[in-house]
Design a protein around this ligand. Structure first.
Ligand SMILES: NC(=O)c1ccc[n+]([C@@H]2O[C@H](COP(=O)([O-])OP(=O)(O)OC[C@H]3O[C@@H](n4cnc5c(N)ncnc54)[C@H](O)[C@@H]3O)[C@@H](O)[C@H]2O)c1
Ligand SMILES: O=C/C=C/C=C(\O)C(=O)O
Length: 479
């Protein structure tokens, strides 16, 4: 059985403990590799390597660092198919999604920050008798911790800006989906990334993840994952006065107005609800529809959802693959049961799913659509992170905004209308870090990305990420 290796000081190595956990393919429930259970000994080695690498890495010119990032980006592109197959096997997601979204975006992350760092600048402020200029220095050794839903996409979204701005990195992918991070370490070796600049440690969140967070030598942490984990990281980091960036959960509203382009809106919202099996923090999970078009919307939406093909991730026409683990499927099923107990009417999802071996053992679940769930119930308040969406009505703009904002989360929202003036006004009043108008998950990597309220702290993307990974120092000179 293949054993995944840690990547420390430029080498692929076994964990000190020699302990491993199973890596399961969710579409077949088969074990196919083993994941190192790293501990503090591995972390110490990684930090030592990163600290030694830091002076020379941070002293390279932006162009020199960028050239490494661009080489990694190219290698990811060259290995698109191998990486996409690995991502699909590790997560259960359709291969076509990994080919078209996950892996191209991982390559784009390195390319974008490779270019961005060469354009990065800092401020100066001139006064009558003095001038101030701001230096932006890399922080040192930083930690990047990422989740399982878009494994290489989100892992590289942190690592690329951290490296570009001159930091050395201790990175931990999710233990549920570690394989493409392992392949990335091989790519870094191949392109000759200087040793110690990037170190990848595998293992459990509560073990090696927690050790990374507790370690005071790690001067900043960029984390994407669940809100409960984000809270723990914030609690540990606060007394250290350490910079943290937290991208957490969502319970994202979509507001559908009677004047929308109905066909397009339904198509996009089916995707927004069920892309990646609904396992995207940005997925729409509460769809509010203006009451005058509710019946029509519901009819078309449900019929399109029923047509989604769930099954073999390798088939080109598969829309939804398997959920990421047996445990996660169980969690989603419990929420489906809860939605029924809370008075929800199930419009589709109950149909039996009969798949041929080896997929009959996989963690597949049909897409579920509910109606009649009130705004305050748990299924409309808590993040399910699976293929479950709830439909509801509103009467006017004020009520739509009230419902959209009735959440402890504030990550992303979408507005569907042909009245742009209304779209501007609602965007202004809605409490989410990201608002999409007549589109969903359209990404421009230069924009600030992140959420309000329990959805997180800080923003990733573009200059926000480069600012996060640098420490500003103001120099004031009297004329
Ligand atoms: N806002 C965003 O950009 C975004 C993106 C993707 C996922 N998410 C959220 O992530 C969640 C699903 O991902 P998940 O289940 O992998 O989340 P998770 O919080 O369980 O795990 C995320 C990462 O943190 C590690 N981890 C777990 N406990 C830790 C601890 N105590 N200390 C340090 N590290 C620890 C895990 O090993 C994993 O690498 C959902 O809530 C989803 O909304 C948010
Ligand atoms: O599941 C969460 C998705 C996060 C997406 C991004 O961070 C992004 O598109 O930059």
């Amino acid at each position: 059985m293949e054993k995944i290796a840690n990547y420390i000081n430029g080498e692929l190595i076994t964990p000190f403990s020699s302990q491993y956990m199973d890596n399961i393919a969710p579409a077949t429930a088969e074990k196919y590799s083993e994941i190192p259970l790293s501990d503090n000994s591995d972390l110490d080695e990684a930090i030592k390597a990163a600290e030694i690498a830091f002076p020379s890495w941070s002293n390279l010119s932006a162009n020199e660092r960028a050239s490494f990032l661009l080489k990694i980006s190219e290698e990811i592109k060259k290995n698109l198919h191998e990486l996409a197959k690995a991502e699909s096997r590790d997560t259960g997601k359709p291969l076509s999604l990994a080919m078209n979204v996950d892996i191209p975006r991982a390559s784009a992350n390195f390319e974008f920050f490779g270019h961005a760092i060469t354009q990065f600048s800092s401020e100066s402020h001139s006064g009558v008798d003095s001038i101030n200029y701001t230096l932006r220095k890399p922080i040192g050794v930083v930690g990047c911790i990422s989740p399982w839903n878009l494994p290489l996409y989100l892992f590289t979204w942190k690592i690329a800006p951290a490296l570009a701005s001159g930091n050395c990195v201790i990175a931990k992918p999710s233990e549920i989906t570690p394989y493409t991070a392992f392949l990335l370490s091989k790519i870094c070796k191949k392109v000759g990334l200087p040793k110690g600049v990037l170190n990848i440690l595998h293992g459990k969140g509560a073990e090696i993840g927690n050790e990374i967070v507790k370690n005071g030598k790690i001067k900043a942490i960029s984390f994407t994952g669940g809100t409960a984990t984000g809270k723990k990281i914030a609690e540990i980091s606060a007394p250290m006065f350490r910079k943290i960036s937290l991208e957490l959960g969502g319970k994202n509203p979509a507001l559908v107005f009677a004047d929308c382009d109905l066909e397009k809106t339904v198509d996009e919202l089916v995707r927004a609800s069920f892309a990646n099996q609904g396992e995207i923090c940005l997925c729409a999970s509460r769809i509010y529809i203006e009451s005058s078009i509710y019946k029509e919307f519901k009819k078309i939406f449900v019929s399109k959802v029923k047509n989604l093909k769930v099954g073999d991730p390798n088939q080109e026409d598969t829309n939804m693959g398997a959920l990421v683990s047996a445990q996660h499927k169980e969690k989603v099923i419990n929420y489906i049961q809860l939605a029924k107990e809370e008075g929800g009417t199930l419009l589709c999802g109950n149909e039996t799913l009969k798949l041929n071996p080896p997929y009959d053992q996989g963690y597949f679940l049909r897409p579920h659509v509910f109606e009649n769930l009130n705004s305050s119930c748990r299924t409309n308040q808590e993040e399910i992170f699976g293929p479950v969406v709830s439909l509801n009505t509103f009467e006017n703009d004020d009520e739509a905004i009230l419902l959209a904002n009735d959440s402890d989360y504030g990550l992303a929202s979408s507005i569907w209308t042909s009245d742009l003036s209304r779209a501007h006004q609602i965007s202004e009043r809605i409490n989410t870090g990201i608002v999409w108008v007549n589109c969903w998950m359209k990404r421009d990597l230069r924009t600030p990305f992140g959420g309000m309220k329990n959805s997180g702290l800080g923003r990733e993307g573009g200059l926000e990420a480069l600012r996060f990974f640098t420490e500003p120092k103001n120099v004031c000179i009297q004329y």
